[in-house]
Design a protein around this ligand. Structure first.
Ligand code: NAD
Length: 257
């Protein structure tokens, strides 16, 4: 293989993907496994994590592990990292992918809605970073990829908690990237536009809303989850060795308007 393509390989690397049983996380886990990494993935439901991990192992031949962990709970996050280390060795690549969205006009949202979105999307990613950084720093290599959103830089009505969480994630990424820049550990944000996954069921299932969303996308279609794999791999591999603290948009042109 050429010296350039080789930099995308993850042979011998260990990756942990939160919320990796379905959607974009599943695609990222599949891509990292295909590139040669041993991949642990988490879900709140251990059975779906184990099922997804087994399917990815069968597909790719990689070593995989499905773990039950709620990203909001520090003890779960620490345990998932410890279980990954016990099975495969220290975590080289962390993908903070788990996320939720609760939509609605501000006066209809409860404090519990705000807390759930901020805790899952922002605190969950912070807890993940905190759990893997000491070992990455010590070994002077690491890749942290945060699944932010185009909603970190632009927004739309009825998205106050979600947009705040993703904006926070982008800012947190920059701070941590600076903290770790001299240790060979990169921290980047992947900012998807509209992808057809379960998080968008309320938009996909209503034909009028769906048509409005598609009407705003210059490419006039939803992103296909598998289109996210290659850019995630770039940011999780040696290929992106001089990239840190950056936001990578993948949105069919949405934010170029
Ligand atoms: P999805 O709903 O299919 O997947 C989200 C995953 O996160 C699920 O596996 C879910 O179980 C998991 N999860 C949620 N809360 C969790 C918790 N507390 N602990 C552990 N796992 C938890 O949606 P998706 O589109 O695959 O979203 C993945 C990420 O991409 C999210 O962070 C989302 O905000 C972000 N994103 C998605 C889009 C899009 O259009 N699909 C756009 C921008 C950003």
């Amino acid at each position: 293989m050429s010296k350039y393509l080789n930099t995308f390989r993850l042979d011998g690397r260990v990756a942990l993907v939160t919320g990796g049983a379905r959607g974009l996380g599943r695609i990222i886990a599949e891509t990292l496994a295909e590139a040669g990494a041993s991949v642990a993935l988490t879900a709140r439901n251990g059975e779906s994590a184990a099922k997804a991990a087994a399917e990815i192992a069968a597909q790719s031949g990689a070593k995989t592990l499905g773990l039950a962990a709620d990203v909001v709970k520090a003890a779960d996050v620490e345990k998932a990292v410890a279980e990954t280390v016990a099975a495969f060795g220290p975590v080289d690549v962390l993908v903070n992918n788990a996320g939720i969205n609760i939509r609605g006009p501000i006066e209809t949202l409860g404090e519990d809605d705000w807390d759930a979105v901020i805790d899952t999307n922002l605190k969950g990613a912070w807890l993940g970073c905190r759990a893997v950084v000491p070992s990455m720093k010590q070994r002077r290599w690491g890749r942290i990829l945060n699944l932010s959103s185009m909603m970190a830089s632009i927004s739309m009505p009825d998205r106050t908690p979600y947009s705040a969480s993703k904006g926070g994630m982008s800012a947190m990424t920059k701070s941590l990237a600076l903290e770790l820049a001299s240790f060979g550990v990169t921290v980047n944000n992947l900012c998807p536009g509209p992808f057809a996954t379960e998080i968008n069921t309320p938009l996909l299932s209503d034909p009028d809303v769906n048509a409005r969303v598609v009407g705003k996308i210059p490419m006039a279609r939803w992103g296909r989850p598998e289109e996210l794999g290659p850019i995630a791999l770039f940011l999780c591999s040696e290929a992106s060795s001089f990239v840190t603290g950056a936001d990578f948009t993948i949105d069919g042109g949405y934010t170029a308007q």
